[in-house]
Design a protein around this ligand. Structure first.
Ligand code: NAI
Ligand code: MG
Length: 393
């Protein structure tokens, strides 16, 4: 088979640590690929006023597959202040490059599996009659990735025509005396097509991998229109999957239930923001950000990334202490996506073995506060953990 080309986007901070380690693991498992490095992140915002340069979009358009580390995002005022002086006051507006990438390529599926690893000291446990028990969590979140509150349709000081349009809604009456400059509006727009697609994707996944339930996790009792639409679509799609139960939960209650009976859930569907929240919640039960992987999948392009960010407080530590497993698991999702499931399984088995053995553990697995000294206290460095995984392949 022809060698694949993967667009490698390490980005900022610890993205630069974990992504090269994932490539080392991919090489070791015998995955033949070429990696082209692509620019993304804060440095390019500062220098070029664009954290997602066109040349990176071109590479993704050409090669279709991306591995992404993490980026640093900062609030509006900080972003403006750090822009190169030559570019200031020229109308550049900071926009998160990962959100931009999802929008540009319509990567409308964000899939976030949260599965516990046997022997992970960070696994969720709960009290039982004879001590404690450790429910095996195996949940896969299907988050609608391009719409809703993260679509970017928002204003502070909305233009007059926007305000006028909003005021056609009777509930705007209570804001009638608020001056526009004191109004901030972030819209939550859902489209039926996207709702349908994410629901169908979730059910198909549940069927393929034998999950017994799909839960649509939203808030239709209050956010009646948008949450209502995705719930309606979930019910419609569910009719074609008679063996799979459809459950409906509200995001707030779900965040409580996931620490009571996490083993009851299988596949979960949510809009963009609630999907972000509920996936972090489940990730916390299986080891936290060091274990949380994700795939952003569109019709043409797919980008695989750990859920965590750039963790700037650790970026300068040398040797690095961060956990690369989330990045490895994201690379496994890429292998699954391109029909290399056997190699993905070998990597996951090796990770299983390292965790179960417990000899190589990064600081987070040892519940230490992250700092350089952890390496003297028995924690594995990022590289040592990677070596342990490779050693088990
Ligand atoms: P973060 O995920 O970067 O870090 C939060 C904390 O989680 C860290 O301080 C660390 O204690 C822990 N952590 C994260 N990754 C870890 C790993 N691999 N191993 C061990 N511990 C790990 O989130 P934070 O601090 O909220 O944001 C930092 C920057 O990252 C911000 O600029 C934010 O905008 C950006 N960010 C980017 C994301 C992306 O690239 N997709 C996602 C989330 C945040
Ligand atoms: Mg998040």
């Amino acid at each position: 088979m022809a060698k694949r080309t993967i667009v490698s986007m390490p980005g900022d901070g610890i993205g630069n640590t974990v992504l090269p380690e994932a490539i080392r693991v991919l090489d070791a498992v015998g995955f033949e690929a070429e990696y082209v490095n692509a620019d993304i992140g804060w440095e390019f915002w500062i220098k070029e006023g664009n954290a997602l340069p066109q040349r990176t979009i071109d590479l993704l358009t050409e090669h279709k597959l991306g591995l992404f580390g993490a980026i640093t995002s900062k609030p509006k005022d900080k972003a403006a202040a750090e822009l190169s002086p030559a570019l200031r006051d020229k109308g550049y507006v900071y926009y998160s490059p990962i959100v931009g990438m999802r929008q540009h390529f319509n990567l409308d599926f964000c899939i976030r599996p949260c599965r516990s690893f046997k022997g992970n000291p960070l696994n969720f446990i709960r009290r039982s009659d004879d001590g404690f028990d450790e429910p095996a969590v195996d949940v896969v979140i299907f988050r609608q990735n391009t719409e809703g509150l993260y679509a970017g349709v928002e204003w502070t000081n909305p233009p007059a025509d926007v305000r006028k349009a909003l005021e056609t809604h009777p509930k705007m009456a209570k804001f009638k005396d608020v001056p526009s400059e004191d109004l901030a509006v972030s819209t939550r727009i859902f489209s039926r097509g996207a709702c349908h697609r994410i629901c169908l994707g979730a059910f198909e996944y549940a069927k393929k991998f034998g999950y017994k339930s799909v839960t649509v996790c939203e808030k239709p009792n209050v956010i009646r229109e948008t949450s209502g639409m995705i719930t309606f679509e979930a019910r419609a799609v569910a009719k074609d999957f008679p063996g799979i139960a459809l459950w409906e939960t509200n995001i707030d209650a779900q965040m409580m239930w996931l620490t009571k009976n996490p083993e009851d859930y299988g596949v979960i569907i949510s809009g963009n923001m609630f999907g972000d929240i509920v996936s972090d919640g489940f990730a916390g039960l299986v080891g936290g950000l060091g274990f949380a992987c994700s795939a952003n999948i569109g019709k043409e392009v797919a980008v695989f990334e750990p859920t965590h960010g750039s963790a700037p407080k650790y970026e300068k530590l040398n040797p690095s202490i961060v956990n690369p497993i989330a990045m490895f698991l994201s690379a496994c999702m890429m292998l699954d996506h391109i029909g290399e499931a056997d190699k993905a399984k070998r990597i996951r088995d090796a990770i299983n073995a390292v965790i179960a053995e417990g000899k190589a553990r990064t600081y987070d697995m040892m519940r230490m506060t992250g700092r350089q000294e952890v390496l003297d206290q028995g924690a594995a460095s990022t590289t040592q953990l990677t070596d342990a995984v490779i050693g088990n392949l």
